[in-house]
Design a protein around this ligand. Structure first.
Ligand code: FE
Length: 309
């Protein structure tokens, strides 16, 4: 049976602690089974405005869903309901909390917690992992207005050949729809972000979290009187990937591509980074020495020239 919990169900579990940059709260929605590492783990993280979580990585694939207000993920502004996916061993951050911001952390596998890249031991561990395929992406959902029935939006960047996929679904008041089949995934989260979901004789209002195992079939989304906006997040299956052939990096200055060796972010000289004041065609050598990776905060020395494609 799917595991499901609303914030009302779990709010008594909310814990508070002081951290150097403010106050931190954590509320567990779904606890992993201590005897089964391959079990779901979902919790809400909150902080006072200005709280900072340093750049770090995890041993397992992870979704984060922004709730409340906006904040920063690395150099990127993230807004409520934005979805961040990071593959195992992909550093990201820092995360800087805006006023009233929180995020859900969602995993299909128990994880030991954040491993900070300013810790030399963790950084060495990261660099020693063979066949690592760092990947992360943040994408905002679209919830189309629906007068009847349901409308499904598939995220354009959160998908891969191994079952990674995300959807935002709007269901009209009292209408029903089937969620996508989790069979080809490594597990599916449903996040109620507006309205309510009727399930098991109860009504689950925002914010509610459900985890559906791959073999549990398509979840029936039944909307309450205010309708339902739900995020549907599929984890990719864990499949060993073929090693890629070594590529020869070359090219004229202004046309080369540089890649972050920690998180795989790409700096394309031809495109530059206009958002950061770096014009198209700026050679790597002319990127300021104090510039750092927008996704994981690594420095310029952590980048290598790469031949893409
Ligand atoms: Fe990076």
């Amino acid at each position: 049976m799917p595991q499901i919990a609303s914030f009302e169900d779990v709010k008594a579990r909310r814990t508070e602690r002081q951290v150097p940059t403010g106050t931190a709260w954590r509320t567990s929605f779904i606890d992993p089974d201590e005897h089964n590492p391959a079990s779901a783990q979902a919790f809400l993280v909150e902080g006072t405005a200005g709280r900072v979580i340093k750049p770090h990585f995890h041993d397992h694939d992870q979704y984060q869903v922004i709730v409340g207000s906006d904040g920063l993920m690395g150099k990127h502004r993230v807004t409520a309901n934005a979805v961040h996916f990071s593959r195992a061993h992909t550093p990201y951050g820092p995360i800087v909390f805006g006023e009233g911001m929180g995020f859900l952390t969602l995993r299909a596998h128990r994880d030991a917690g954040a491993q900070y890249i300013d810790d030399p031991e963790k950084r060495s561990k990261l660099e020693a992992i063979n066949n690592r395929h760092p990947f992360q992406v943040t994408e905002a959902p679209k919830f189309p207005a629906v007068a009847s029935g349901a409308a499904v939006h598939a995220f354009s960047e959160i998908n891969d050949e191994q079952g990674l996929a995300s959807y935002s679904i709007s269901v009209a008041p009292h209408a029903k729809a089937l969620a996508p089949d989790p069979a080809d995934s490594n597990g599916q989260y449903l996040i109620v972000v507006r309205g309510s979901l009727a399930y098991g004789g109860r009504e689950y209002k925002a914010l509610s979290v459900a985890f559906v195992q791959p073999q549990e079939g398509r979840f029936e989304l039944v909307a309450g009187a205010q309708g339902l906006d739900v995020l549907v997040l599929h984890f990719p299956r864990t499949v060993a990937q073929a090693a890629t052939a070594p590529q020869v990096a070359r090219g004229a200055p202004g046309t080369r591509v540089w890649q972050c060796m920690l998180c795989a972010f790409v700096y394309d000289e031809a495109k530059g980074l206009p958002d950061e004041g770096i014009a198209p065609g700026t050679p790597w050598e002319d990127v300021p020495e104090n510039w750092y990776c927008p996704d994981c905060s690594a420095g310029k020395s952590d980048f290598q020239m790469a031949l893409m494609g």
